[in-house]
Each structure stands twice: as structure tokens, then as C-alpha cells.
Design a protein around this ligand. Structure first.
Ligand SMILES: C[S@@+](CC[C@H](N)C(=O)[O-])C[C@H]1O[C@@H](n2cnc3c(N)ncnc32)[C@H](O)[C@@H]1O
Length: 271
């Protein structure tokens, strides 16, 4: 963790997910409630069930490949890119990177040891250009400049503001570029509609024990998603030399995502 992130202190800790300028309504449409994936008391079976569904949804909507292409585009100037995936869950984004690029190497990581173990003992665990490691995005166990790209997909909203700023500081310490692909914060009216519809939706999926946790985590994710201005504030808190660049949002079905690339602008780190 950098001094910059440490010094960001209270104003970042209390920043609304919609940013300091968020409206009265938007500030009420957020939550500190944790997703099952973040709860120590949630059974592994429930967490792995959610990860499995995210994998199947991502495959059906072609998100794994779409995200892998975005990641490879960000390092298209580097012949043999070294890539670290944080919060990989099922690891399919890294798998697609390996399919699409013949010399990229990937470190596939997650905070959750069960997910890391599942990836390590699966097909990807034997890939000659892949390795697996348990890594906390907010305290990355790697030397400075170990990677050309760090990528974190559909997971940044899991981190509260202070730790999110620390993750930006950490990822731009170990990597030249930090690509974050995550849910766009919805307008207040849409969040409000989601809140109103949550109960009927819960009743609708009640018979499906496997869908309920996904709906639960999806709702919390929407409330915890950061706005663009909040992301810029987090980058400033992570360090004055950090630049934020937003790429066009990928088209297609499914929840709208933002794509941001953070990079450190100092002589020892190239863009
Ligand atoms: C919603 S899942 C996304 C999985 C996958 N990246 C995808 O796109 O489907 C969020 C993942 O972030 C991981 N995660 C949460 N907090 C983390 C942290 N501090 N460091 C690393 N991973 C974290 C969770 O364990 C989970 O696997």
C-alpha cells in the first residue's frame, strides 16, 4: 500500500459509491451488506455455485472472450505480455487470453482459496503458460513491475472505497497497466426500480435454491457499483501520478460495464 492511498483517509472512506457529488437519492441506493462471495460464514458450496453460474452466463454471453480481447488490446504493443488476473473466480478470462495469444503468460489468482484450488486442479492448472496463486487485490504479493497488465473483471465493486484505492495503488505498482472491467453504476431511477422489484423477483426465483444467491449478489453488486467520477477520485487517492483512461463500453447483451485503464505516470513505469 502506498503512502498516497494511506493518506487518502476519511474522505475516501466515506465517499458514496456514486462519488462525492452523488445526489441525495443515489447516496441512499447503496449498501454495506456483503455478497455471499465476500462472506466468511457463507458455505463454499454456495460460493462455488455462484462462480459456476457466472462462468456459464459469461460463456453464454461471450463475456470471457470479449474481456480477453479487451485485455490483449491494452497490451497489443508488447510481444510476450505478462498478465496477472485478480479475482479470477473460475479463471475463464485467463483461459481465453491463452487461447487468443500464443506467447502471453498468465498468473490466475483470487482471494478465495477454494476458487484458486479449483483452477489449479483443473485444465488451466496444467497449462504451460499459466500459474495459479492466491492473491488479495489490496496487498499483492509480487515485486514492482512484475507484470505488463493486471486485470480485474466484475469484481472491483466488492472493494469498499479505501481498499479499492489501495487495489489501484497495488496493481499499478506490480503492473504497468491496470484494467478494470466492472458493472456500470445505474442511474438512481433504475436502482430504485431494482429495489422495488427485488421482492417479487425473489418470490419468482424462490423455487430455485441456486438462483436465489445469484439474485442476492446481483442486487448488492448493483448498489455497490462505482460511478465514473468515483473511480477517478479513487485513482487520485491511490497516487497523484495515476492516470485514468476509460475505453468505450463493450456492446452486447447483459449488464452494462465500464472499462477503465489505470497507469502510473512516472519515469520508472511506462504507459
Ligand atoms: C463476481 S466474482 C467475478 C469472477 C470473475 N472475474 C468473473 O468475471 O466472472 C468476484 C471475484 O472477486 C474475488 N474477490 C473479492 N475480493 C477480492 C480481493 N480483495 N482480492 C482478490 N479477489 C477478490 C471473489 O473471490 C470472486 O471470485
Amino acid at each position: 500500500m502506498t503512502d498516497d492511498a494511506q493518506q487518502s483517509g476519511p474522505s475516501i472512506a466515506t465517499m458514496p459509491r456514486g462519488g462525492h457529488q452523488a445526489s441525495w437519492l443515489d447516496r441512499r441506493l447503496q449498501t454495506d451488506e456483503l455478497e455471499y462471495l465476500d462472506r466468511d460464514d457463507a458455505p463454499d458450496e454456495v460460493k462455488q455455485n455462484i462462480i459456476g453460474m457466472l462462468d456459464r452466463l459469461g460463456a453464454r454471453m461471450n463475456l470471457h472472450e470479449q474481456n480477453a480481447r479487451i485485455a490483449l488490446d491494452v497490451v497489443s504493443d508488447i510481444p510476450d505480455p505478462r498478465i496477472l488476473e485478480l479475482g479470477a473466480g473460475h479463471g475463464k478470462l485467463s483461459g481465453k487470453i491463452l487461447d487468443l495469444h500464443s506467447s502471453a503468460t498468465v498468473t490466475i489468482s483470487d482471494l478465495d482459496p477454494t476458487s484458486v484450488n479449483a483452477i489449479a486442479t483443473g485444465e488451466l492448472g496444467n497449462h504451460p503458460r499459466a500459474r495459479t496463486q492466491r492473491i488479495d487485490a489490496t496487498a499483492i504479493d509480487a515485486a514492482d513491475d512484475s507484470y505488463d497488465l493486471v486485470v480485474f473483471a466484475q469484481a472491483f465493486h466488492h472493494l469498499p472505497p479505501t481498499t479499492a484505492a489501495r487495489a489501484i495503488a497495488e496493481a499499478t505498482r506490480v503492473g504497468s497497466r491496470f484494467l478494470v472491467i466492472d458493472l456500470q453504476r445505474l442511474p438512481s431511477w433504475a436502482l430504485l426500480a431494482f429495489s422495488v422489484l427485488r421482492q417479487p423477483l425473489r418470490l419468482a426465483v424462490l423455487p430455485s435454491a441456486s438462483l436465489r444467491p445469484l439474485l442476492h449478489d446481483g442486487y448488492i453488486s448493483a448498489l455497490r457499483a462505482y460511478s465514473r467520477t468515483a473511480l477517478e477520485t479513487l485513482a487520485d487517492a491511490a497516487g497523484p501520478a495515476i492516470r485514468t483512461r476509460f475505453l468505450p463500453s463493450p456492446p452486447g447483451p447483459g449488464p452494462r460495464s465500464f472499462t477503465a485503464v489505470f497507469s502510473r505516470q512516472d519515469p520508472s513505469h511506462s504507459q
